[in-house]
Design a binder for this molecule. Structure first.
Ligand code: KIV
Length: 264
């Protein structure tokens, strides 16, 4: 199986080939996802909710992400593995480098940090030290208490302009991938067009360069609740392998997400 790298992901954006991403937390699912055409696996701090049953992601630690990153890497050598940096694990550039090193040693290809311009120095330091970075803008779940809940972001003009400026600043600082979560589709398109790095959306419409879902949402078992931007592919296909294959095919063909999964 061909190894996915930052260069192949960038080429996919240039060729307008959609990138397929999913969260994963163990070896068996990582292997299944790789076999069904998934290119990026995120060891997300969403594990605090879907694996640990928490109300948010704030209690997750770097050691927990490192453990699950090791499990995921054991399942696939070819997948591009992004490891989430947990809440308060990257408050200073020095702290970011130390914790990111733990995740890279566990088998990650890249680390993901939530936030905009304030991360510039950390991103510069990480990339200088050989650690690739993924940014994350929009509904950044580690800031849930600042937002007053899991709410759509970027709906007013000022917020939207700030998000575009943040995306450009992250790219300039060295970020090589960007996740946009729960923002209006038109804004996601503006951002995807404004940067050269691949942009992966979740609840951000179909115009981003790729899509990601939390794997539990894809099979409809996230605490009995399926977010508007997700779809229960298991209900449609009847088994796990076909559900992942259908998701992968639908992202590639542009038929997922549909208008019913978007925010305007
Ligand atoms: O933690 C996570 O799973 C994420 C995705 C929702 C993008 O950050």
């Amino acid at each position: 199986m061909t190894k996915i790298t930052v260069s192949s992901l960038r080429k996919m954006k240039q060729a307008k080939e959609k990138i397929v991403a999913l969260t994963a937390y163990d070896a068996s699912f990582a292997k299944l996802f790789a076999d069904q055409g998934v290119e990026i696996v995120l060891v997300g701090d969403s594990l605090g909710m879907v694996l640990q049953g928490g109300e948010d992601t704030l209690s997750v630690t770097t050691d927990e992400i490192a453990y699950h990153t090791r499990c995921v890497r054991a399942g696939s050598k070819s997948l591009f593995v992004v490891a989430d940096m947990p809440f308060m694990s990257y408050s200073t550039p020095q702290q970011a480098c130390e914790n990111a090193a733990t995740l890279m040693r566990a088998g990650a290809n890249m680390v993901k940090l939530e936030g905009g311009e304030w991360l510039i120095e950390s991103i510069q330091k990480l990339t200088q030290q050989g650690i690739p970075v993924c940014g994350h803008l929009g509904l950044t779940p580690q800031s849930v208490h600042v937002f007053g809940g899991f709410k759509i972001q970027g709906r007013d003009n000022e917020q939207a302009q700030k998000m575009i400026a943040d995306a450009k600043a992250l790219e300039k600082a060295g970020a090589q991938l960007l996740v946009l979560e729960c923002i209006p589709s038109a804004l996601a398109k503006l951002i995807s067009d404004a940067v050269l790095i691949p942009v992966i959306g979740i609840g951000a419409g179909k115009e981003t360069d790729g899509q990601i879902l939390v794997m539990h949402d894809l099979v409809g078992i996230s605490a009995g609740y399926i977010p508007k931007f997700s779809k229960n592919f298991l209900a449609e296909t009847g088994n796990m392998v076909d559900a992942v294959k259908k998701y992968s095919d639908d992202v590639k063909s542009g038929s997922f997400p549909g208008p019913e999964h978007e925010f305007n």
